[in-house]
Design a protein around this ligand. Structure first.
Ligand code: HEM
Length: 340
């Protein structure tokens, strides 16, 4: 991921082009990926069901499930939630986000997967992201500037979703009422349902706004001399486009510091797009994972509340305390689930 996120100029262009086209080729925005996500959701629900009634920390299960989506794109397969090697990788990545350490182990895991792929690699029939990556490396042997990578953030947003749904049970109930009305209990949600579920859509947007998981965006550098808002910025100046200032701007939001799905609804209860909703940033470097992340958020969130009601463990209060690494994430917490 560092290959694209922290990159610039020629190398960045190569990586961005490669990431976008590979994500597209492997079904982002297509039905095939939707059914893969829905399959993964079944595994997640099975694992959660086993925890019924006992308080548990959902972090690793959710992280595991969401990571499996990117794994099916990158590695061409999913991993069992009990796979020790995969669990270790996820733990290390979670730590790495906070410490920027442990990266060698992540690289070792990737190297092993790549070596496995190389054994039966057929450049004319790519199976997944790694196969495409191998082809791309092959094509660019004489091009040392180009190199490729991947990563993600959706599970942190889902953890915030659990927190806010526990904190505001009346909002959770309204989402469940909309799910029951539009989808019912006899089938899984699909992306086509979103247009008929303005309240749920608004709640997910509000979770992203309040969750504010990339508060300071990523540090960027001006590629040429420029003037912005009357300030001269010479080429090479580091710039932080502060997303928090937009997501909590008092001129844009009626009550910026309150959790209110009404920020995204008009008087008729219809969903309204807000220009200041920029958790994925804007401009040339905006997040290329946005369509995938939005699809995952809708399907995971809606399916979860279709199947379970979430509440804080008895005798505990919901805390909005956060920890700040590369992303802003909730402090470890437990949930209790009850099947509906
Ligand atoms: C809720 C989930 C996500 C949020 C809030 C998010 C947010 C962001 C933000 C704020 C940036 C920086 C944009 C800038 O510098 O202007 C970014 C960059 C990026 N994101 Fe995401 N992201 C999410 C999920 C994903 C996923 C699922 C993927 C991968 C499939 C992804 C891949 C990337 C990449 C490759 C970049 C670097 C783009 C570049 O440097 O040109 N993101 N993301």
């Amino acid at each position: 991921m560092a290959g694209i996120v922290l990159n610039s100029g020629y190398s960045w262009k190569q990586q961005r082009r490669f990431t976008l086209s590979t994500l597209r080729d492997f079904g982002v925005g297509k039905r095939s990926l939707e059914s893969q996500i829905l399959e993964e959701i079944k595994f997640l629900h099975q694992a959660v069901l086993e925890k019924t009634g006992e308080p548990f920390d959902a972090h690793f299960l959710v992280n595991n499930a969401v990571s499996n989506i990117i794994c099916s794109i990158v590695f061409g397969r999913r991993f069992e939630y009990t796979d020790e090697r995969f669990l270790l990788l996820l733990k290390l990545m979670s730590k790495a986000l906070h410490l920027q350490g442990s990266m060698w182990a992540v690289c070792a895991f990737l190297r092993e997967e790549i070596e496995n792929h190389q054994k039966d690699w057929d450049p004319s029939a790519p199976r997944d992201f790694i196969d495409c990556y191998l082809s791309e490396i092959e094509k660019r042997r004489d091009d040392p500037e180009a190199g490729f990578h991947e990563e993600e953030t959706t599970s942190t947003t889902l953890l915030w979703a659990f927190i806010y749904m526990m904190k505001y049970p009346e909002i959770q109930e309204k989402v469940q009422a909309e799910i029951d009305r539009v989808i019912g209990q006899s089938r899984q949600p699909t992306m086509a349902d979103r247009a008929n579920m303005p309240y749920t859509d608004a709640v997910i947007h509000e979770i992203q706004r309040m969750g504010n998981i990339v508060p300071l965006n990523l540090v960027r550098t001006t590629s040429k001399d420029t003037t912005l808002g009357g300030y001269f910025l010479p080429k090479g100046t580091q710039v932080i486009a502060n997303l928090t200032s937009v997501l909590f701007d008092g001129k844009e939001w009626e009550s910026p510091h309150s959790f209110d799905p009404g920020h995204f609804l008009n008087a008729q209860g219809e969903f309204v797009k807000m220009d200041a909703f920029l958790p994925f940033s804007a401009g040339k470097r905006f997040c290329p994972g946005e369509p995938l992340a939005r699809m995952e958020l809708f399907l995971f969130f809606t399916s979860f509340l279709q199947t379970f009601t979430i509440s804080p463990p008895e005798g505990t209060k919901v805390s909005l305390d956060f920890q700040f690494g590369v992303t802003l994430s909730p402090k470890p917490f437990k949930i209790t689930v009850a099947p509906r």
